[in-house]
Design a protein around this ligand. Sequence first.
Ligand SMILES: NC(=O)C1=CN([C@@H]2O[C@H](COP(=O)(O)OP(=O)(O)OC[C@H]3O[C@@H](n4cnc5c(N)ncnc54)[C@H](OP(=O)(O)O)[C@@H]3O)[C@@H](O)[C@H]2O)[C@@H](O)CC1
Ligand SMILES: Nc1ncnc2c1ncn2[C@@H]1O[C@H](COP(=O)(O)OP(=O)(O)O)[C@@H](O)[C@H]1O
Ligand SMILES: [K+]
Length: 497
Amino acid sequence: MKVSKGELIREIDKYSIEKLGIPSIILMENAALGVVKHLMLNEKEYYVVICGRGNNGGDALAVTRHLIAAGKKVSVFSIGLNPMSKDCGVNHDILCNMGVKITNISNVEDIEFLRDSIIRSDVVVDGIFGIGLKREVRGVYDLAITVINETSKKTISIDVPSGFSGDTGEVFGNCIKASKTITFETYKRGFLNYGSHEYTGEVVIEKIGIPDFVVDKYHNKEFFLERKFIQKKTKERALYSHKGNYGHVMVIAGSEGMTGASTIATKAAVKSGAGLTTLISCEDALQAVRNFVPEAMWKKNDDSQGIETLMGKVNSIAIGPGLGKSNETLNNVKRVLKNTDGTIVIDADAINVLEGKTNLLKEAKGNVIITPHPGEMARLTGMEIKKIQSDRIEIAKEFAREYGVIVVLKGYNTIITNGEVSYINPTGNGAMANGGMGDCLTGIIASLCAQGYSPMDASCIGVYAHGECGDKVSEHKFVVTATDIIDNISKTIKELT
Ligand SMILES: NC(=O)C1=CN([C@@H]2O[C@H](COP(=O)(O)OP(=O)(O)OC[C@H]3O[C@@H](n4cnc5c(N)ncnc54)[C@H](OP(=O)(O)O)[C@@H]3O)[C@@H](O)[C@H]2O)[C@@H](O)CC1
Ligand SMILES: Nc1ncnc2c1ncn2[C@@H]1O[C@H](COP(=O)(O)OP(=O)(O)O)[C@@H](O)[C@H]1O
Ligand SMILES: [K+]
């Protein structure tokens, strides 16, 4: 599923109209038909439609015509005094020719009439502003939005909830809180912002008849991960294969008092299919792994020579969980970046020690994947967490491009990007928000890298499977722990093959 800003929509619109000769009114009609599908015509009888003066309002007027044709009771309100867009005007005139009364909202009394109509209605269709909103919502617009939010039983927004920026996720003063948003062609970038769900409700994408090649021509390669895409990439284990076919993962993790992180990352690597897994750590952590992950091998962290030799042989290295923020951790990160040409997954304290030293990433011999949560990303970039949350894709992309790494920016809707192509993960849930969950993901991604998946594929499959596993467990559990994921990840990956 493609993700984009409004700019792309304007470009594909222009291309379809000017180069393909599709009249814009046809696109508007298709948009309206896409919305009508979601208006529960079998259940609901009375609709209030509120239209602005641009094309979003035009869509809403075309929706009104279809509701009337379906025999529904409809009250139509047009808000504002600015001139109508051409196609909005066309649909307005058609309704006038049909004898449909359109009530203009221009003052406070009109707002009270709107309130009464909404109270009596089953559904409100919001066509006030779409992607053309550019400035603060004021006056009657502000009042109308408040009244809708206060009184509507169910609000369906056309393209974006009015008042919401499809590009940035900002609210321009006031905003519709929709139950559902029917958006066109692409998932709007702003919907990815934390908190946007409060305004958009469920988001549905409807095609409006623009051929895929036109969208691809302008699309900046941002996608929602889809199950079928992950399934295509995830391979069955071959009949005649042996452990040598599935690679060797080195896990550098754990320290005194933080042996859980190393056990989790190591076990996650084993359980998600690595041929061999070796933990490098302190004696306490090795003891835990001997007890809880008998399949894994181990090496004490003071065996410098042995470790460096092994680093040159393994297929991937996961470094960071539970290492502690120390000079020793920093030296380990430098050593890994210098000595392995396998893929390196950098997490937790291995990220933290790179604060102010991110240039080290540019010296990596192998491919690098970093898996920060927003707090770690903030430390790494020197930005505030709030800033990271407000522009996650762009910040992750820029970092990936600048340092030549893959960034897995974790959290709700984890972002995976190499700076060129970006994926947004839809799986996972709040039940997974507890310690150890990230360590587990690190083990899974490193394991998939060792098995021969490209770093980008390993990141996408790992993040998707980790979240899907959490979703399945959470169907019957209040909290999902890393141990739950470890116990079920093998089954989840199998289901994805
Ligand atoms: N290819 C597609 O996907 C297709 C998209 N389509 C649809 O078109 C929509 C985009 O339409 P759009 O460009 O006409 O802009 P839209 O959102 O209606 O807003 C502009 C209007 O709002 C006004 N206005 C703005 N801010 C304001 C404020 N704060 N306070 C008050 N007024 C304000 C602005 O006034 P002005 O700035 O001109 O004075 C103007 O009147 C898109 O979201 C989708 O629904 C379909 O029709 C089919 C093809
Ligand atoms: N609300 C949520 N929705 C989706 N995924 C979540 C949610 N909360 C946590 N997760 C996932 O759980 C993991 C938590 O990682 P992290 O914060 O590094 O935990 P820790 O450092 O304790 O191991 C990430 O993969 C994250 O995407
Ligand atoms: K809208």
